[in-house]
Write a protein that binds this ligand. Sequence first.
Ligand SMILES: *Cc1c(COP(=O)(O)O)cnc(C)c1O
Length: 365
Amino acid sequence: MIPLSVPEIRGQEWEYIKDCLDTGWVSSVGSYVTRFERECAARAGRKYAVATVNGTAALHIALLVAGIQPGDGVLVSDLTFIAPANAIRYAGANPVLVDAAPHDWQIDVNRIRDFLRRGERERHKIKAILPVDILGHPVDMPALIELAREFDLIVIEDASEALGAPVGRLSDIACFSFNGNKIITTGGGGMIVTDREDWAEHARHLTTQAKSDAIEYVHDEIGFNYRMTNVAAAMGCAQMEMLDEFLAIKRANAATYTKALNGIPGITTMPASPCSSYWLYTILIDENEYGMSSRDLLANLADTDIQARPLWQPIHKSIPYRDAHVLGGQVAERLYRDALSLPSSVGLKPDELSQVVEVIARACR
Ligand SMILES: *Cc1c(COP(=O)(O)O)cnc(C)c1O
């Protein structure tokens, strides 16, 4: 089977995790947690990092330390994995869903500008923008920051899929995920990065049950048990040592896919972005021109043991968010209908990549 995206474990993982077990430092404090936080902060060019149990928890805490209150509105990508929308709801706030832009598939900055300039900010109590760097491509952060300044909004970036790309550096606070299918993994894990010392301290406090005394079990607000364990962080440190190599492989594989698939009638390859981490290589299938729908091609690939996946159902189509306000949504719907993500693991071998291309080339009419 050629999987969609599986971990690449071939560095110092065993050694560092054994070190945790040998020394007894297995829980949510330890030198690997500190080191992993330091390395993630450095990688994103930020002053502070706080490790969490997963990326969704990181988003929840980022929203809370940014001061998002129940009833507030947060502009968020409509075409994304559901986690950021859920995190907004955990904070009691309301997502306002923003369509993808046709040229780069990322959150449509022009729609946000039109919405804010129409004076909708007050009506929807918009306090923040939560863009997601989908598929490893960076969103147009300079344009978003400019809008955020103009309308006094906070930018909370979900960079879960884009570690290694130039992401997480310009927003007020950013989050990463180290789930098993991401660029690097800790099994499960997340990270918050920011330059705001007060936010970082508050995040650390909230992720450790808001305990306000070193000895006494006294707490000054409702906290969470969201800290990453030292065992997970040990794996993260080992994976981090290979990040640049992983990125080089993913970018090279993306270039090979693009070159091989570009000439096939009815196939559109994903937008190019030289500094992307190319998390999942994704194509669009024009049913008429290609002679088969994306879902039929998915089944075709599955028949030959190749795992492909559609993109996420747009959030505005998702049952829990049917009542959410949405700006556009037709681009996200089209991408959802036509897109397929192809095998993108770091360990994907050249002959496996050729096999994927061959099935796609053969299935076309
Ligand atoms: C993976 C992912 C997350 C976080 O997922 P966890 O499994 O909680 O680490 C958040 N947002 C996006 C866009 C993701 O792809």
